[in-house]
Design a protein around this ligand. Structure first.
Ligand code: BGC
Length: 418
């Protein structure tokens, strides 16, 4: 294993999402969904999660101890706007306090405005299925951005429009459990439009704020690169799941599966946010996990070289700084997370235009339909006592940030264990 250095423009941190860590909020689509038996693997709800809403000061202390430089965090829309048009100052002040404390500790924030979860009033009015509801999202964005003026310099408008549209509106495994191809296309279209509107609004409020979206990218590889049908299948999935969506959100250039939309073509991204986890093989139109590689606890293929390929490809297309807004793995026993971090950071350190890396995730959290069972944290959480314990991989990551490199000593201590 080789030593490597973190390049000088690359900042390292962690990412979380409000619904997954805060606890205590019942007014969301996800809390209601979790109450119905069978929707969530272990029948837990996000009400508990990490109780971060109360414990945020301790968590920030822990981040500081771990040398975290940057933090991607979410805002829970339903707290800010519990009913349509009524904004809650107390909730807003909570986030102002939290972000101020982070700043005081020298941790810069990237704030996510929408991460899978909707207030019930919005969900019940049709959510992003209805084009006119985009205005509601924009009202919320305006309130937050004005309230956080001077504190927040970077925003993600929408997290993973493709994953949200697919799981919630095509496969029906997430709220509101709709299984309709045309609905998924529509929701993707409206999320892209919502991003463009939010981008324009935030830039009009403060042109120095950087705005982007978090794009979930999967590497779709033809099972047999020499087979034309496998190549066509892989290209189809790439275009319909992610590449066309990036073009719509980033450039106003709409195509399948969002349909044609008349939007002024332009530049609607200041950086490209990439959430990267895995690679899939494609045989004709059949998709499957490569049986010959390493997998995480959820059976996802681990493929750091795919991250290299995806970053290069999308940098070539958009010529924007890349922020890795999520990357991490589900590893309950922490037996391969350090290696995972090593391999992925090694790739990124050789790409000068990758400017941020937010590891997913800071602490084991409520993993949507997987509930509390899936463990992605650098910090382990005992959900009964809320005790936090830094995992070995968390210590490894902290040392990388401190030393700005992975050196021989660290390789011996955390990877080869000589
Ligand atoms: C989501 C996160 C999630 C992670 C791991 C991403 O698709 O943005 O909220 O926890 O994947 O599954």
């Amino acid at each position: 294993m080789e030593e490597f250095k973190i390049h000088k423009d690359l900042k390292l941190g962690v990412a979380t999402a409000a619904t997954q860590i805060e606890g205590g909020e019942k007014n969301t689509s996800w809390y209601r969904f979790s109450l119905e038996k069978g929707n969530v693997k272990d029948n837990t709800t996000p009400l508990n999660a990490n109780n971060h809403y109360e414990l945020y000061k301790d968590d920030i202390k822990l981040m500081k101890k771990m040398n975290i430089e940057i933090y991607r965090m979410g805002i829970e829309w339903s707290r800010i706007e519990p009913s349509k048009g009524e904004f809650c100052l107390e909730a807003m002040n909570h986030y102002i306090d939290e972000i101020s404390l982070l700043k005081e500790k020298g941790i810069d924030v990237l704030v996510t405005l929408h991460h899978f979860s909707c207030p019930l009033w919005f969900e019940d009015a049709g959510g992003f299925l209805k084009k006119e509801n985009i205005n509601d999202f924009i009202d919320y964005v305006k309130y937050v951005v004005i309230s956080l003026k001077g504190l927040v310099k970077e925003y993600i408008t929408i997290n993973e429009a493709n994953v949200y549209a697919a799981n919630s509106y095509l496969f029906g495994i997430w709220p509101p459990k709709i299984k309709k191809m045309s609905s998924a296309g529509k929701v993707m279209r409206h999320l892209a439009l919502a991003h463009i509107e939010a981008y324009k609004l935030i830039k009009a409020l403060d042109k120095d704020i950087k705005v982007g979206f978090a794009s979930h990218l999967v590497m779709f590889k033809p099972a047999n690169p020499k087979n034309i049908f496998d190549r066509i299948g892989a290209k189809f999935y790439d275009n319909s799941f992610q590449a066309n969506l990036n073009r719509a959100m980033g450039r106003g250039n709409f195509g399948f599966p969002m349909g044609k939309v008349k939007v002024t073509k332009g530049d609607y991204m200041d950086f490209l946010g990439i959430n990267y986890y895995t690679k899939n093989l494609v045989k004709g139109f059949k998709m499957f996990v490569d049986p010959n590689t390493e997998h995480n606890d959820l059976g996802w293929d681990i493929s750091p070289l795919s991250l290299d390929e995806l970053c290069k490809r999308f940098y070539e297309e958009f010529h924007k700084d890349i922020y890795i807004t999520e990357n991490g793995t589900c590893d309950k026993n922490d037996s391969f997370r350090s290696k995972y971090i090593y391999d992925h950071l090694k790739v990124i350190s050789s790409l000068p235009y990758v400017k941020r890396y937010y590891h997913w995730t800071f602490i084991d959290n409520w993993e949507w339909a997987e509930g509390e069972s899936a463990r992605f944290g650098l910090v382990e959480c005992d959900y009964e006592t809320q005790k936090r314990t830094i995992r070995e991989s968390g210590h490894f990551y902290s040392e990388i940030i401190k030393n700005k490199e992975v050196n021989e000593e660290m390789i011996k201590k955390y990877l080869t264990k000589e």
